[in-house]
Design a protein around this ligand. Sequence first.
Ligand SMILES: NC(=O)c1ccc[n+]([C@@H]2O[C@H](COP(=O)([O-])OP(=O)(O)OC[C@H]3O[C@@H](n4cnc5c(N)ncnc54)[C@H](OP(=O)(O)O)[C@@H]3O)[C@@H](O)[C@H]2O)c1
Length: 251
Amino acid sequence: MSVALITAGSAGLGAATVRLFAKNGFRIIVNYANNDQRANKLIEELPAISTLPQDGGRSNFIAIKADLGNRDDVNRLVRESIDKFGRLDVVFSNGGWTRYRGMDSIDDNAYEEEWDRSFNMNVKSHLWLMQAAKKHLDETEGAFITTASTAGISISASSLAYAVTKAAQIHLAKALASMAAPKIRVNSVSPGLLMTEWIDDFPKESKETHLQKTKLKRFVAVEDVAEQVLTFARNKSMTGLNVVVDAGFTL
Ligand SMILES: NC(=O)c1ccc[n+]([C@@H]2O[C@H](COP(=O)([O-])OP(=O)(O)OC[C@H]3O[C@@H](n4cnc5c(N)ncnc54)[C@H](OP(=O)(O)O)[C@@H]3O)[C@@H](O)[C@H]2O)c1
């Protein structure tokens, strides 16, 4: 039975992916950072939607608290995942960080601690996770998938630091695909704006402008991005790709 580790998995895109993977027979590790109650509530929900034989029930799912911005935590997350399930078939490296600054003023985008935090969460955390998971994914000929963003391919983003580090993340995933072949497939998915708590602090006008710029006149549904993650997990012939799921925003 395949095992998936889904980081930043207790809410937003991560939680939608957890639900989809549970419906498709995966055992799952849900990583989160702060909110124990929310993570445990999601775990409780999963046996009922899982397509695994029900005798294992809740034991097919576990929540692990770990701060992706901390390398020791990332290593512990992989260690505890292996202690629990003994294997890893899929890692969905979905964590990220931003603070809304807009893309008009250079001065508004020149806070060093925000650049450091963006680089740490949007680039380095994915590398540390890949490094820690590599030998386990080698064994299963598994898949490593990261969440990037349209911010990484167009000059439209919550901040310059976010845009630049998401572009770096896409490049990182491509390089990792080359370095981790032939056993492991590495791909990224780049969503447009998603209606998660991530964007709670974004100005209303910027959300409306984004919506109007999508050719499909809709915000991207987290479930549509999750479907792409599942495709990357299953498809044995795709690697080094960045698939944009943006309702035509960058078209
Ligand atoms: N939302 C968008 O418009 C959008 C667009 C493009 C790309 N993305 C990307 O999509 C990914 C997920 O975004 P989302 O919108 O689903 O975010 P979200 O709803 O804000 O995600 C919340 C989840 O992240 C966890 N989390 C937060 N900080 C963490 C940390 N340091 N370590 C571990 N877990 C942490 C939270 O756990 P707790 O609740 O326990 O803190 C929760 O499980 C990010 O990489 C983001 O860059 C988002």
